[in-house]
Write a protein that binds this ligand. Structure first.
Ligand code: MG
Length: 203
């Protein structure tokens, strides 16, 4: 499987990092070794001094496909989850300054904690899902999928023109504003439509 991710999909987050508003989705990948499941603790790695949390809604791909038309994109994912796109912001900033790739800043070990997935049919309106992240009991990020620049369907159609989607792939769909650093000892709790799906510690 592979992990695909969209950067700069929520306007409020683009503004907080002073990034340019993209005319097309910013796509990056994380390797399978980035996965962290079952609310296992995240061990702060020595490669960075500034690991940031980014809570994101996840799509689980259920069918192989390339050059998918946007109107059929909904057939290619059947489950929704919640994840953290951990980012070594210090490494990413250095890479951005030099115009270099984000592979290490975004793809280091366990940089992609994911929740259990729920059938998408559990949700009334995928274009208006509330999700949020609390750290040590205090809300730090709050988003709604209606606020994206690029819809789930558009993202799937766009990516599949370049990279074939395969059953089991996971797509991170972008983060709203409020990103910031984690510290050893923090407890992260992520909610999707009021249900707590993520609950793990930084050690
Ligand atoms: Mg992200």
């Amino acid at each position: 499987m592979k992990i695909l991710a969209i950067g700069r999909n929520y306007v409020d987050h683009i503004e907080e990092l002073n990034n340019e508003r993209p005319s097309e989705p910013v796509v990056f990948t994380k390797p399978e070794t980035a996965l962290l499941k079952n609310n296992q603790p995240f061990y702060y790695p020595s490669i960075s001094k500034d690991i940031h949390y980014e809570v994101e809604v996840l799509l689980k791909v259920c069918k192989n496909g390339k050059n998918i038309e946007e109107k059929f994109a909904h057939k290619y994912y059947d489950q929704i989850g919640l994840g953290i796109d951990f980012t070594a912001r210090d490494l990413q900033t250095k890479a951005k300054e030099k115009g270099l790739p984000w592979a290490l800043a975004k793809g280091f070990n366990h940089s992609a904690p994911i929740s259990e997935f729920r059938p998408k049919s559990d949700y009334k309106d995928l274009n208006s899902l509330n999700f949020s992240l609390d750290i040590d009991g205090k809300n730090v990020q709050k988003g709604n999928t209606s606020l994206v620049l690029f819809s789930f369907g558009f993202i799937i159609a766009y990516i599949s023109r370049y990279i074939m989607l395969k059953k089991g792939d996971i797509i991170f769909t972008g983060t709203p504003k409020g990103v910031g650093p984690v510290q050893i000892g923090n407890r992260l709790e992520g909610y999707l439509e009021g249900e707590k799906l993520l609950d793990f510690e930084i050690r």
